[in-house]
Design a binder for this molecule. Structure first.
Ligand code: BGC
Length: 340
């Protein structure tokens, strides 16, 4: 190659790199932009029979449109995937995968953002080591399967790491899973939360990789537990609680201060926030539950976060599937009337 040819080929390479960089930049909203697109959302189908028997689904195709028309921009799909893996090969069941394909396609048709949230968190709290290969195998199958999906599809590595999956182990596990994801999805937005049930007080134990900024940090907020989980049999000490109110100025201020602390972490670490779960269990009085739900949602919005309410159907319901109508007080607490 003579020197003129060298100059031309260098120019060509630089132009090519600039062009591909621009294309991928256009295609890759920053995680802060993703948070804006996500806005208001809801957790769906974690406990629906459709995963075992599609004909027995509570959640039907029409509900994706109902969610969109109801003023939501995002669905967080809760995946209890480990129950659908072959015990030996750890291959995900084909029928289960086709149900997930369906849920993603129907969400995208409604132009919803879709979070794929691995929700086998309880198993990890008891015995992380046994379940670690399943976590890795899950992402080894899911990441390449959806690698060509638009940026509306977001991966959440694992819901609420807890108990024996402590800060140190979680740091290792999510980094390993992230590496697997990055092999096929170098720029996909990924959601990762702190240990101890994605608790706001454990954000300082979340050390996200400096060289990866396509990450959203997530927290869950159910404080005070005595109010949000009164009568809940699955949380220690809450089953027999009842009649607990919420809504004093002090209680409202507490939420604002808690979120301001999270916001400080967010700014110091330059990571946007998804409030991935919040709500108050059905056993509380409706007027307090709606006051709480709306205050938490509005406070999150005031800090510019996205949120996904817990949950559409099953318990804490925002939608009454049996009668096919919105659970009006909770829905209006989430989506104010003049905004939809
Ligand atoms: C769990 C649910 C529980 C909710 C509130 C979720 O992460 O999957 O079983 O109802 O948190 O406690």
């Amino acid at each position: 190659m003579n020197s003129l040819q060298k100059v031309f080929s260098s120019i060509f390479i630089v132009a090519f790199l600039l062009l591909t960089y621009n294309l991928s930049a256009q295609d890759t909203p920053t995680p802060f932009e993703q948070i804006k697109r996500m806005g208001r959302g809801v957790n769906i189908i974690g406990y629906d029979p459709l995963w075992r028997d599609f004909d027995n689904a509570r959640f039907k195709e029409k509900h994706f449109k109902i969610i969109k028309d109801g003023g939501f921009q995002t669905v967080r799909i809760n995946l209890h995937a480990f129950h659908h893996m072959n015990e030996e090969t750890l291959k995900l069941d084909e029928t289960w995968l086709s149900t997930l394909d369906w849920a993603i396609e129907k969400s995208l048709e409604q132009n919803l953002m879709v979070i794929l949230d691995l929700h086998n968190f309880n198993e990890f709290g008891v015995d992380p080591e046994t379940h670690k290969p399943k976590l890795m195998e899950f992402w080894r199958q899911i990441a390449p399967r959806y690698k060509d999906k638009p940026s509306n599809v977001i991966f959440e590595i694992l819901n609420e790491p807890n108990r024996k999956l402590d800060a140190e182990l979680w740091d290792q596990y999510y980094k390993e899973a992230l590496e697997i994801i990055r092999e096929t999805n170098p720029i996909r937005t990924v959601i990762i939360g702190p240990p101890f049930w994605n608790n706001i007080n454990n954000l300082n134990e979340l050390n996200l990789p400096e060289d990866d900024h396509n990450i959203i940090a997530t927290i869950h907020y159910y404080l005070p537990m005595e109010f949000t989980h009164q009568g809940a049999p699955w949380v220690e000490g809450m089953k027999d609680k009842s009649g607990i109110s919420w809504g004093t100025d002090e209680e409202k201020q507490r939420v604002i201060e808690d979120f301001a602390m999270v916001q400080k972490w967010s700014e110091e670490n330059n990571r946007p926030i998804l409030l991935g779960e919040f709500g108050a269990y059905d056993k509380g009085e409706t007027k307090y539950r709606t006051a709480y739900t709306s205050h938490v949602a509005r406070t999150a919005e005031s800090f510019g976060w996205a949120w996904t309410y817990w949950q559409f159907d099953s318990d804490f319901i925002v939608y009454d599937i049996n009668n096919d109508e919105w659970n009006l007080p909770i829905w209006r607490a989430l989506i104010p009337k003049n905004e939809n």
